[in-house]
Design a protein around this ligand. Structure first.
Ligand code: NAD
Length: 482
């Protein structure tokens, strides 16, 4: 067992705060300890990033992305070890962990393509006068990430922000701090100069120091809505550019004409996949009219998620208690538990934080489980008389990350896609993640700030544009804008 260290200026260094235990959620054992650093470590990291910035910013984009081509190859070469690290610190089952690293690779590929899509604009704006637009990096930027994807979510920001010429301080989740250290090592192996990428471990104190540090130009945040709002407010008050993605409560509308197998298997995979700890996971199923046969089939698919084999644990003992409390409260309020994951124990791994897949029928929109983010493998079914009734419930949610519809009717699909109050919509897709080059980002309380974090939108977020207007020909004359 080794203690996690910060990574500053190309060196692993001791953190400057007390140590917190890191658990393997699969068996409840302590696997490491993470320093809960303070403002001093943040300042050291920012200093290292500032020192690296002039050289990195002056490196042409086509050269900067060469690091990411090499880094991509390293991710691929080390995929098994990287996946096992995620299994260990986060608890995902191996296939899910590997899919996460594959997604990190896809995100890196987008950064490799940046020279092909960021060539500037140029035009003769008036006779003999041209205007050109160039993109410049911002400087030192910060990325604050949650526990649920220790590798993928950091890759939402690292490759694009750095390839575009910025230097970064990453703040991993204190619950899963191990992957970030390997990311730092592999970036260095790929040839990233010291100081361009830094990692400061910790919690609230580090986040607040990042929001307050005068030399940080921009912050991307991914996590719960409560903290996203706090980071957005504090960072913006300090005049930084902030994009903060928050929590989610995703609704799926199930129409009676849906393909039974496609709908039931996809919905079960959406709610139970990654143990429901995805901001894109199905949380509420709005079952319209006569859908009982599909629902029965869906419960059987969900039952097929075997804890400890195809279903990983949740992140902590507290998370398990919270999720089980939601189920019990719904039951006490009159809902019917069709599949009960409470009290799940995996033989030989009795210390693990397991909650089995859970499906609860006859939930009403007022119940807590229908309104709040549960973040576990739990699906609440609300019966709706028609599609407008279902949409009304979806629209009422303060969140707006994802929404899906399962139907065989193109017209109904279009109707729902247009009216759902969510930034990412699925038609017969349970986890409607817009893959590269499309950007990831929700609406309402699921996102604060402008634009999406990934895809083309990230270019806007991680750079500033300079518009240069030039005239060389004397005969072009003079006018009021000369
Ligand atoms: P979290 O908000 O508790 O933590 C996120 C980050 O903020 C962590 O690095 C944590 O150390 C830090 N933090 C925690 N409390 C803080 C505080 N009071 N002040 C300042 N910083 C604080 O989120 P989590 O539990 O790690 O992750 C799960 C949440 O993330 C869920 O709500 C999920 O929906 C959300 N999420 C959203 C997206 C998205 O794209 N919208 C993606 C992944 C996860």
């Amino acid at each position: 067992m080794h203690t996690v260290r910060n990574y500053i200026g190309g060196e692993f260094v001791e953190g400057d705060g007390p140590l917190l235990d890191v658990y393997n959620p699969g068996d409840g054992g302590v696997i490491s300890r993470v320093p809960m650093s303070g403002a001093g470590a943040v300042d050291e990291a920012v200093k290292a990033a500032r020192a690296a910035f002039p050289g990195w910013a002056a490196t042409p984009l086509k050269e900067r992305v060469q690091v990411f081509f090499r880094y991509r190859a390293l991710l691929e070469a080390n995929i098994e070890e990287l996946s096992r690290l995620i299994v260990e610190e986060h608890g995902k089952v191996y296939e899910e962990a590997k899919a996460e690293v594959l997604k990190a690779i896809e995100l890196t590929e987008f950064a490799c393509s940046l020279p092909q899509i960021t060539a500037g604009e140029i035009m003769e704006v008036s006779r003999g006068v041209e205007c050109r637009v160039d993109r410049y990096p911002l400087g030192v930027v910060a990325s604050i990430v949650p526990f649920n994807f220790p590798s993928m979510v950091p890759h939402w920001s690292i490759p694009n922000a750095i390839a575009l010429g910025n230097c970064m301080v990453l703040k991993p989740s204190e619950m899963v701090p191990l992957s970030a250290g390997r990311i730092a090592e592999l970036l260095a192996e790929a040839g990233l100069p010291a100081g361009v990428f830094n990692v400061v471990n910790g919690g609230r104190e580090v986040v607040e120091a990042l929001c307050d540090h005068p030399a940080i130009e921009a912050i991307s945040f991914v996590g719960s809505t409560r903290v996203a709002q706090a980071v957005y407010r504090r960072g913006s008050a300090n005049l930084k550019r902030v994009l903060a993605l928050g929590g989610a409560k995703n609704h799926i509308i199930l129409m009676p004409d849906a393909d039974p197998e496609m709908a039931s298997s996809n919905i079960a995979a959406s709610m139970a996949g990654c143990t429901g700890q995805r901001c894109m996971a199905a949380s509420v199923l709005l079952a319209v009219s006569h859908t009982d046969a599909i629902l029965r089939r869906m419960v059987e698919h969900a039952r097929g998620a075997v804890a400890g084999e195809t279903l990983g644990p949740v992140i902590s003992r507290e998370a398990r208690e919270r999720i089980e409390r939601y189920i019990t409260e719904a039951e006490e309020a009159g809902a019917k538990v069709l599949l009960d994951g409470r009290g799940t124990v995996v033989p030989g791994r009795e210390g693990g934080f397991y909650v089995g897949a859970t499906v609860i029928d006859h939930v009403t929109p007022e119940m807590k489980i229908a309104r709040e983010e549960v973040f576990g493998p739990v699906l609440a079914i609300i019966r709706a008389p028609d599609v407008d009734g279902a949409l009304e419930i979806e629209n009422r949610s303060p969140y707006g990350n994802a929404a899906s519809v399962f139907t065989e009717s193109g017209g109904v699909a279009r109707y729902v896609a247009e009216r759902a109050s969510a930034g990412m919509v699925g038609v017969n897709v349970g986890v409607p993640v817009p893959r590269e080059p499309f950007g990831f980002g929700g609406w309402n309380d699921s996102r604060f700030g402008v634009g999406d974090l990934t895809g083309r939108s990230s270019i806007e977020f991680w750079t500033r544009s300079k518009k240069t207007t030039t005239k060389w020909n004397r005969e072009a004359g003079t006018n009021w804008m000369s």
